[in-house]
Design a protein around this ligand. Sequence first.
Ligand SMILES: Nc1ncnc2c1ncn2[C@@H]1O[C@@H]2COP(=O)(O)O[C@H]2[C@H]1O
Length: 249
Amino acid sequence: MNLHVLGCSGGIGGSTPSTCIQLTPNILIDAGSGLEKLSLDAMRQVDHILLTHAHMDHISALATFLSNVIGYRDQAVRVYAQPATLEVLRKHIFNWQVWPDFTVLPNVEQPIIDMVPLQPGKAFTIENLQVTPITMEHTVPTVGFSIRSDAYHLVYCADTTYNANLIDALNQLPPADQLVIECSFPQAQHEMAMLSKHLTTELLKRFIDQLHYRPKEILVAHLKPNYEPAIRAELAELLADYPWRYLEH
Ligand SMILES: Nc1ncnc2c1ncn2[C@@H]1O[C@@H]2COP(=O)(O)O[C@H]2[C@H]1O
């Protein structure tokens, strides 16, 4: 699968906008500021959005995106997320104060957003893709995804810190053709990585070393803009023997 990366940063002002990955023209992972790169026509084609969690760098463009497409689609946009994440959207975004309640607009019978609850470990299909949410270890409820088609397996790890249960879960999946994995901080920010439940460069290497297989390609994402130069310098050394690149390219 050719991932079209609209953004994959852990913030703004870095080498890419924040997270929004186009799996196909009508399926996105997350709705961060990268979504703003789509043309109006391309936005109207988006049928499905898989949300990993409710942090701003993953949802910041969702509300304004919906107001662009309302009136230009026959079907609701299906937004898949954990119940806790959907609740945050209802309570803090679509509450008539931060934004109109698009769960009842343009009318309650056919709203523009269809919130679809998902559960870790419970697979579902979107068109020809089998999607299995995987629990991440982050400060708010967060899932990554195993996404399979006939000939391809993407393991998309979202925001997470190092966690043995997560690595066990990944080891029980079929080997990934592509593994997306975050690296938010350099080693000097280990304490902040622990507080905010992210990976440093060193923890990323430890994480990959614990996998029972070598993914065909490791795609590193979610660099915090302030730390990009340090992360890039460290990963060039730490991952020298691995098949890896940054997701953004
Ligand atoms: N004490 C803290 N706990 C969690 N996040 C923090 C803290 N201080 C700063 N942050 C930042 O807030 C960000 C929220 O989104 P992230 O989890 O991607 O990354 C987090 C950190 O970069």
